[in-house]
Design a protein around this ligand. Structure first.
Ligand code: ADP
Length: 232
């Protein structure tokens, strides 16, 4: 709780001077770029990139904290609708990445906080595309009914896979298994935010993978008895 309060306050206090730094860098570039030599220009552009990266980190930290505090409103939702919304906003990017997403026709209704579960699907689908060297990137969204956990969703990719020794690390905040700018870059917060969202639902998230053969992420949302009628 203390760490969360600290993160929230520090993040707000950090964002303001950071915005100032970014603004002044932009002014410098606008007014003086043509007077600088190549080395000076490169340094200013690097300064812009670094402050943008720091802004993204702070935003992710704030998002972690927000997800921990937001009132969890569980409503019965059509999970197929949530996934369709995600796909319609990711559509143009999926096309440029030559990625196809196959969605099970019978995704079930679940009781969940739709906006947060949208974020989970979005992160898992985007990761399946990002961490993928296949010529044709294929993501499959499916589900099964588990006698103990209820609805278990799956997001499977044909990407680079995750070595077993790193399986738990990927859920650690700001932990990336790759270099900072590799595989499209990222802060390493997405999966820890997803985990927090699932845990807020009293559910669980885990993965199965074989390095080089793709990864399947699974998540269960707990407490879905009333709407859980089993697969068609
Ligand atoms: P980000 O994508 O910003 O780095 P995430 O928290 O979403 O952050 O993922 C953490 C790390 O887990 C990634 O940097 C990547 O190394 C690994 N990872 C996540 N999803 C996959 C995937 N589907 N296949 C292979 N590696 C993955």
């Amino acid at each position: 709780k203390e760490l969360d309060d600290f993160a929230r306050v520090a993040s707000h206090d950090l964002k303001e001077p950071l915005r100032g730094i970014r603004n002044y860098t932009t002014f410098l570039l606008e007014d003086y770029e043509d007077k600088l030599d190549e080395d000076g220009k490169t340094k200013l552009h690097t300064l812009t990139k670094l402050s943008e990266r720091l802004t993204t980190f702070i935003d992710d930290l704030l998002e972690m904290s927000r997800v921990g505090r937001v009132e969890l409103q569980r409503k019965t939702c059509e999970s197929s609708q949530i996934v369709n919304d995600v796909l319609s906003t990711l559509g143009p990017w999926l096309e440029t990445e030559n990625a196809t997403v196959e969605v099970s026709a019978s995704l079930p209704p679940v009781k969940c906080h739709a906006v947060l579960i949208d974020q989970v699907f979005r992160n898992l689908i985007a990761n399946g595309v990002k961490y993928n060297n296949s010529d044709e990137k294929r993501i499959t969204v499916g589900w099964r009914n588990d006698p103990e956990m209820g609805v278990v969703f799956s997001v499977k990719d044909n990407g680079i896979g995750i070595p077993e020794r790193h399986a738990a690390n990927v859920f650690t905040v700001f932990k990336r298994l790759h270099g900072r700018d590799e595989y499209g870059g990222g802060t390493g917060a997405g999966l820890s935010i997803a985990k927090k969202i699932i845990e807020r639902h009293d559910g669980s998230i885990w993965l199965e993978s074989e390095a080089g053969c793709g990864t399947t992420f699974y998540f269960a949302l707990g407490n879905n008895e009333e709407v859980n009628n089993g697969p068609n």
